[in-house]
Design a protein around this ligand. Structure first.
Ligand code: GTP
Ligand code: MG
Length: 230
């Protein structure tokens, strides 16, 4: 199941938006001219991932994907990232530095589903891996786990072809549960989390990882004995 997170900015009302300065507005206008490349790339890569889920279901009688979400980063968030990172306010710098405009979150059932999907995507001729960060192998200080892969895909519109980056975050259901609650606690709360809360969150992430590996063990055992899928 693919959940599309839609948002729109009205280009005609952009000049009336008081919170954005002129160089941000100019950059957003330039970006909106090429936004459709990011939208097409997002759609194409989402379809590829969904097709792989069907492929696995047909060949291995197992759906690796629990659900997925796809979203285009809003122009305001793109500007925020450029500002925070100190990048130049040019379309070239945006294309070069912001690689999570097209973003997909793939929530898998088991840890090994994540690595199988990445392997199958890497095999595809029209996708290239640009960046891979394995936060399952090397969890973040917070306890966060996921594998982030930035793929490049070729998008052709009329006579123009561009390579467009698409970031995919692969997680298990347990990792996704932890990440969304931790994000809520960390960014939506009025208070900063104290050392004890941070330590607990890290501990719970480790416990969920143990549960993930144990659930996977049961799954592997049940399928190898042939009694899982009839
Ligand atoms: P940004 O995408 O600009 O943040 O930089 P980056 O790509 O260098 O960083 P990173 O690889 O850490 O990926 C950032 C994304 O991963 C965030 O937008 C979150 O979705 C997720 N993420 C990273 N660390 C954490 C964490 O500690 N907690 C939660 N809940 N999410 C995290
Ligand atoms: Mg990122």
């Amino acid at each position: 199941m693919l959940i599309n997170k839609e948002r729109r900015i009205n280009i005609h009302r952009l000049d009336e938006t008081p919170v954005l300065d002129q160089k941000s507005k100019d950059l957003i206008k330039e970006y909106l001219k090429i936004e459709s490349f990011y939208k097409f790339a997002l759609r194409e890569v989402s379809a590829k991932v969904e097709n792989l889920d069907d492929y696995c279901s047909m060949n291995f009688s197992h759906n690796p994907i629990h659900h997925m979400e796809a979203r285009l980063k809003s122009p305001e968030s793109i500007i925020e990232k450029i500002h925070k990172r100190g990048y130049e306010y040019t379309i070239e710098s945006l294309k070069e530095n912001v690689y999570d405009i097209s973003g997909i979150r793939v929530v898998c059932n088991y840890i090994r589903d994540i690595y199988m999907l990445i392997y199958l995507l890497e095999e595809q001729e029209d996708l290239e891996v640009r960046i891979k960060k394995d936060y399952i192998l090397n969890p973040k200080e917070s306890g966060y786990r996921s594998v982030h892969v930035v793929f490049q895909t070729r998008v052709t519109m009329s006579s123009e072809t561009r390579w467009v980056p698409v970031e995919i975050q692969f997680r298990t259901i347990a990792m996704d549960m932890w990440a969304s609650l931790e994000h809520e606690l960390r960014y939506k709360s009025k208070y900063e989390l104290d050392d004890e809360a941070n330590e607990r969150l890290r501990m719970y992430a480790d416990e969920l990882y143990k549960i993930d590996t144990n659930m996977q063990r049961i799954f592997i055992k049940s399928t190898s004995e042939g009694d899982f899928n009839d």
